[in-house]
Structures are given as C-alpha cells and as structure tokens.
Design a protein around this ligand. Structure first.
Ligand code: FES
Length: 182
C-alpha cells in the first residue's frame, strides 16, 4: 500500500469491536515517530472511521509516545476532529459574516426546531450532525451550507428543511438535489 493511501475500515462503530487494521496500516506507513505526524494522522484516522475511536487513538498514543492529555488538547483545538460518531450526514452551516447577516442563525434555529440539534450535536436518529463554518468560500451565494457532499447556496430556512427532508437514514446514495450555488 502507498504511504498516502488511506485504508477504509469495516463499518462497525462499536468501539469494542472496531477494526484496528486500517489504523495499524496508517501507523506502519509513517516514516518515523515524530510528533509532527500527530495532526495529519488524527485526520487520517478520522477519515477511516468518521470519528476518532479510543482504541485507535490508544494505538496512536503508543506509536508517537504522546499522552492522552496531548491528544485531547489537539482535538479540542481543532473543531473538525470528533471523538464521537457523527450522524450519517454532516450539515456545515456557514456562520461567516456574509452568511450570518443574510440569515444563517435563522436557518440554524429552524434546524434546531425540526431536529433538536445545535452546532456540534447529532440528532437522536443519528441522521444529521450540525456544524458551523467560518466561511465556505462562496460569500456571494450567502447563506451557504454543505450537506453531506452537496453544496447549497442562497438557501432560506424553509428550503433548507426541504433539502434536509430528502435525506434518509437508509439511503445508499445522497439524494438527487440540484445544487444551488452562485
Ligand atoms: S461567509 Fe459564508 S460563504 Fe463566506
């Protein structure tokens, strides 16, 4: 396997039964045990499992000789790193200035009313995790959101709920929603 190739884990998210082979492969391919690998390796592990399972982090701690406190210090500094399993679809709602003044907080409130989640939370069915972003790079289409793999611009609260309503827990593919960008 190439050094930069990220193996895909089995779908289990039970931390007791988690497949650690992909993490072992990532660690095996590190050129050395320098702590400079900590952040990129955390990102690779998260890419495998969609979050950072404790058994995988314990392997990483041993390999790089870092403490649990150091790992959690890094994780708490980077909001994109997660120690809990996210919902099936991640909603990145832009709270940058342009989106904020064009109504992103109202959209966030609507999402809360429907799914009872605030930024950083996952709904009870584990369908959605809500995150905020400081700028999604397309301020001309504010307010913006990325839902799963799809980018949506010029959204309003009702439209956002309609878009979210297309996502189902048992979907095998993202819904066919027309992208709305500038
Ligand atoms: S502020 Fe939202 S895309 Fe830039």
């Amino acid at each position: 396997m190439e050094t930069n190739e990220i193996p895909i884990a089995d779908q289990s998210v039970d931390e007791e039964e988690i497949d650690l082979a992909p993490t072992e492969e990532v660690l095996k391919n590190l050129p050395d045990t320098s702590r400079s690998h900590l952040i990129p390796t955390l990102q690779k592990i998260q890419d495998i499992y969609r979050f950072l399972p404790m058994p995988a982090m314990e392997l990483l701690m041993d390999f790089l000789n870092v403490t649990r406190a150091e790992i959690y210090g890094v994780i708490s500094f980077y909001p994109q790193l997660r120690i809990t399993e996210p919902g099936k679809h991640i909603i990145k709602l832009c709270y940058g200035t342009a989106c904020f003044v064009k109504g992103a907080p109202i959209i966030g409130d609507k999402i809360h009313d429907r799914y009872h989640i605030r930024p950083g939370e996952t709904d009870d069915t584990k369908l959605f995790t809500l995150q905020t972003a400081s700028c999604l790079g397309n301020c001309g289409a504010a307010p913006m959101a990325i839902i799963g793999e799809d980018t949506h611009g010029n959204i309003d609260p009702e439209e956002t709920l309609n878009i979210l309503g297309e996502y189902k827990l048992d979907d095998t593919e993202a819904p066919a929603i027309e992208e709305a960008t500038a």
